[in-house]
Design a protein around this ligand. Structure first.
Ligand SMILES: NC(=O)C1=CN([C@@H]2O[C@H](COP(=O)(O)OP(=O)(O)OC[C@H]3O[C@@H](n4cnc5c(N)ncnc54)[C@H](O)[C@@H]3O)[C@@H](O)[C@H]2O)C=CC1
Ligand SMILES: Nc1nc(O)c(N)c(N[C@@H]2O[C@H](COP(=O)(O)O)[C@@H](O)[C@H]2O)n1
Length: 221
């Protein structure tokens, strides 16, 4: 699985407020860049924390760019949620209409949630033992059997940490915008329990000025 993590942070490195309320950090130019990125990947992944906080649909992408990349009538990027206990609400925007939505879940997801979310249109992908985290290596193997071989990961900070922890990130891009959010409880780009050693090493590939901020792109060594 090829994994590109992309997110927007405030100038002080926050993804959203301490109440986990979504903030528009990007401007129009950066949203257009994200739409092009989405068009380049087989799927777009977020954690269930982002689904609960933001209710994203993850449908929007640059269709002309996808046609240019993949030829006529390409399938749109699949939607993927890391959702151990299947907490995604049955009326979440991410389950509405097309394209397919894969919910990666653990053994702890109840039969009732499995039935409810299958009935709501989700495709369930079992990927985890008894712990409270989807096991990404196994989950990605399972996604590949569905034809998803590349992912744009949009957040949040818990999921991004897990991916770095398992050495699964190939590229990282961050739009750093001209706003300050603050708050020690506010989510940052990489949360989780953090590294104490073995810090992932990044190689700077690009710096681009957009809107009132800058996009930094790194390859992960
Ligand atoms: N500015 C931006 O670009 C973005 C901002 N956000 C913000 O981030 C916040 C949500 O981020 P988080 O709370 O960190 O939630 P998250 O979106 O990273 O989801 C974390 C949840 O995913 C589930 N999960 C399953 N397997 C997991 C694994 N292996 N590792 C980690 N989690 C796993 C767990 O239930 C966990 O609580 C929201 O406030 C949202 O607004 C989210 C995406 C992009
Ligand atoms: N790139 C970016 N810039 C911002 O300013 C943001 N607030 C976000 N948030 C994430 O974008 C996703 C929403 O997607 P749709 O509206 O469904 O297309 C979701 O993952 C947000 O957390 N991203």
């Amino acid at each position: 699985m090829y994994v590109h993590v992309n997110a927007a942070t405030s100038a002080d490195g926050k993804l959203s407020t301490r109440e986990r309320r979504q903030v528009r950090i990007s401007g129009d130019e950066d949203f257009a860049r994200v739409d092009r990125l989405r068009a380049e990947y087989d799927g777009v992944l977020v954690g269930v924390g982002t689904v609960v906080a933001d209710d994203p649909s993850l449908v929007r992408h640059d269709e002309a760019h996808r046609v240019a990349e993949r030829g006529p009538d390409p399938t749109p990027p699949a939607r993927v949620v890391a959702d151990t206990r299947l907490r995604t609400p049955a009326d979440a925007a991410i389950l509405e209409g097309d394209p397919v939505t894969y919910l990666l879940h653990g053994e702890t997801a109840s039969a009732e949630r499995r039935e409810t979310l299958s009935a709501a249109g989700a495709t369930l992908v079992p990927a985890g033992s008894g712990n409270d985290r989807v096991e990404f290596p196994a989950a990605f193997d399972a996604l590949e059997t569905h034809g998803v071989e590349s992912l744009l990961v949009e957040g949040g900070g818990e999921v991004i940490f897990s991916l770095f922890e398992h050495d699964l990130v190939d590229r990282l891009s961050v739009f750093v915008g001209g706003t300050v959010i603050g708050g020690r409880q506010a989510p940052t780009l990489v949360d989780g329990r953090g590294f104490v050693d073995g810090f992932p090493e990044l190689e700077l590939e690009g710096v681009e000025r957009l809107d009132e901020g800058v996009v930094l792109t790194w390859a992960v060594r």
